[in-house]
Design a protein around this ligand. Structure first.
Ligand code: NAD
Ligand code: UDP
Ligand code: UDP
Length: 306
């Protein structure tokens, strides 16, 4: 079962697991998911779609749960912040209750946002984070932190087999054109000759992981040795500023779009980069696709849908 299976990451995960011969139940309420992302799997007898909101109980029989349901882009998770926290917290309780009853293994899509605006750089899993409880990002950050707490308490109290993955910024085909995240915004703006919107001075940094690498790490974590729970960072440690990202996208698209500067959103982290030693050691994983290569594929996708 993949919750959030019609979203950006969930749709790539579904395709990968179908290829491996699994039977997939895709659960999604289509808040940010798109039918376009899963259309190619709909005819497959091993793929089943259920429209359902994970904040409500769900009784099905499954043996592995990938819990990805939650809007990931600041624009979307801030649209209905109460629902965002409910999705992370009540969604986690329901999915953990389901895992407990069915004895399914369950993987949580957590996030680098649990580190907030980090005071140490790069971030290892041992870093406890610097998160505002009252800011506009808190519905997402604190919701995901509480979900991690629930995962570890169901593990200790009910012996649920958990895997917790802290995902760093990921990009690739199937991102929503209005997703609002930086890679999709810049590519859409470049391809449609609109101004490129840099928030702040553009010197803040992120580390961008191509989706195929990320999904490979996710599947490896689900299949990792018994008793390995994480939390484990999965992301690409190569760091770029938003100005560097904009220049790269302008070069690759050959666009004449101009850079314009807009105010930096509240609580926007200045920098973010994963330490991936644990993923290397426990999962034998590291990213293979450079930002240059990944952007070529992503630009190709956006050209095909715009
Ligand atoms: P996305 O918005 O494309 O996908 C999320 C999916 O969850 C959508 O299909 C949406 O309709 C569904 N959903 C939302 N609320 C739901 C609910 N209450 N019930 C059922 N379905 C619901 O985002 P994504 O980038 O694919 O992210 C997937 C997961 O990975 C999220 O949990 C996100 O927090 C996590 N994550 C992603 C990134 C990233 O860079 N993409 C980084 C860190 C963490
Ligand atoms: N739950 C669910 N599907 C199941 C089992 C449980 O959705 O197959 C939900 C149920 O609504 C419950 C939550 O998961 O509120 C937590 O389950 P748990 O067994 O931990 O708690 P309890 O039922 O004792 O509240
Ligand atoms: N950003 C930007 N222009 C945009 C969208 C985002 O400069 O059109 C910046 C944003 O302020 C942040 C970085 O890009 O510093 C990454 O933003 P995104 O929303 O993709 O992810 P997150 O902030 O959650 O890491």
């Amino acid at each position: 079962m993949i919750t959030g299976g019609a979203g950006f990451l969930g749709s790539h995960l579904g395709a990968r697991l179908l290829e491996e011969g699994h039977d997939i139940l895709c659960v999604d309420n289509f808040f940010t998911g798109q039918k376009r992302n899963i259309a190619h799997m709909m005819g497959n007898p091993n793929f089943e779609l259920m429209r359902h909101d994970v904040t409500f109980p769900l009784y099905v029989e499954v043996d592995e749960i990938y819990n990805l349901a939650c809007p990931a882009s600041p624009v979307h998770y801030q649209f209905d912040p109460v629902q965002t926290t409910k999705t992370s917290v009540i969604g986690a309780i329901n999915m953990l209750g389901l895992a407990k009853r069915t004895k399914a293994k369950i993987l949580q899509a957590s996030t680098s946002e649990v580190y907030g605006d980090p005071e140490i750089h790069p971030q290892p899993e041992t870093y406890k984070g610097s998160v505002s409880t009252t800011g506009i990002r808190a519905c997402y950050d604190e919701g995901k932190r509480c979900a991690e707490t629930l995962f570890f308490d169901y593990y200790r109290q009910h012996k649920v087999d958990i895997k917790v993955m802290r995902i760093f910024n990921t990009y690739g085909p199937n991102m929503h054109p209005n997703d609002g995240r930086v890679v999709s915004n810049f590519i859409v703006q470049a391809l449609t000759n609109q101004d490129i919107t840099i928030y702040g001075d553009g010197n803040q940094s992120r580390s961008f992981c191509y989706v195929d690498d990320l999904i490979d790490g996710m599947v490896r974590l689900m299949n990792s040795r018994d008793g390995f729970t994480g939390p484990v960072n999965i992301g690409n440690p190569v760091e770029f500023t938003m100005l560097e990202l904009a220049e790269l996208i302008l070069k690759q698209t050959g666009s004449a779009s101009k850079l314009i500067f807009k105010p930096l959103p509240q609580d926007d982290p200045m920098q973010r980069q994963p330490v991936i030693d644990m993923a290397r050691k426990e999962l034998g994983w590291e990213p293979k696709v450079s930002l240059e290569e990944g952007l070529v594929k992503t630009i190709h996708y956006f050209k095909s849908i715009l």
